[in-house]
Design a protein around this ligand. Sequence first.
Ligand code: ATP
Ligand code: MG
Length: 445
Amino acid sequence: MRLSRYFLPVLKENPAEAKIVSHRYMLRAGMIKQASAGIYSWLPLGLKVLRNIERIVNEEQARAGHIPILMPTVQSADLWRESGRFDDFGAEMLRISDRHGRDMLYGPTNEEQVTDIFRSHVNSYKDLPLTLYQIQWKFRDEVRPRFGIMRGREFLMKDGYNFDIDYDAAIHSYNRHMVSYLRTYERMGLQAIPMRADSGAMGGDDTHEFLVLADTGESEVFYDSAILDMKFGDRDVDFDNVEECAGIAKDWTTPYARTDETHDEALFNEVPEERRKTSRGIEVGQIFYFGTKYSEAMGANVVTDSGDRVPVHMGSHGIGVSRLLGAIIEASHDDKGIIWPEGVTPFHCGIINLKQGDDEADAACEGLYAALTAAGLEPLYDDRNERAGGKFASMDLIGLPWRITVGPRGLKNGVVELTSRKTGESVEMPPEEAAAKVVAIYAAL
Ligand code: ATP
Ligand code: MG
């Protein structure tokens, strides 16, 4: 993309309404625009990151064997009356009536909708296990929408639902989700710690939240700092292997890590004092096992191999897709702007032309642009007729991990400059070498 033809409405001033850094940088980098309280338009740069996060979520769901579907945002109240949640959900649910006076709602979550799909089509234990998921907009009329997309009213969520024959099978699904989430967040450059949580309105016994440590997080968390040294990494997992998934889940849930809702002071005190940490955290996901709550209420049964009809065991598993943008920025920025992890960056590499209109500089930039594009990458070429200082400031603000700076002086010696946004380190090298370095970095992801 050439910046002269892009739509990147960067703001010079700090917007007064933004109280935390992620909100401030998202507005300043022209990623989002508030439409009304807690409701945002996604501008091109923000949309690109949102799509990258979705892509990683989809790839990791596929790896775990989960199947994508897409359910409507607007749902009929009748289904929610079957589960009893139409009355229970409270003021967070946006209730609508259509022209015929029928009660509808904008989905805050989809357990009822997916259970209805399941009961209409699945009858036999032979069709289990089954996990369906979607990435779809949700609406919750939050009392205090704030921090931009971090606590929105309309927000994008990955919500997945497992259907299993019994408790043990459902716990395997639970563990499978935990394992796949560990890798999902790591690919986004995040350390999201699974913490024992409170099941609240969903009902059920087993639930963990995934929290990213950040001063601006809304949850208070207590943890054993030993967990910070744990990396999931790039390992092969057999998601059908019950012991393997249970083992990984156990490893990751053994060090003490809880939110204030489930915090147990006595247990916490068993952690060696120097490893006992208290901090704030951003909830970026949650997994639940809730058993037969919905299947019993809504008649989602299957025939077992002995011919009995039993309600299926279910769980639901969410990732805050839009909130993740905020969480990533909270975890990765400096005073100049965002520092995107390579896994989610909106463009792979920035190209800055220090002297637009200079034949040699223009040609070198075009050459780099063509080489990176030919390798399947998306560079962002700042080809505007602007001062270098302004170009650097915008590039730092939008936070691309790599920048190649091209100027007549360097070109006289046959070099351009490759700069890491994260370390600030610059190295001079011939343009072909700079392009090849960037290509190699992304190829290794
Ligand atoms: P919270 O406690 O933050 O209100 P929740 O526990 O009610 O969230 P879940 O039902 O667990 O939310 O939804 C799954 C994920 O969706 C959450 O872990 C969070 O990352 C994201 N999420 C929930 N509410 C919002 C919101 N208002 N804005 C943005 N993301 C949200
Ligand atoms: Mg939650």
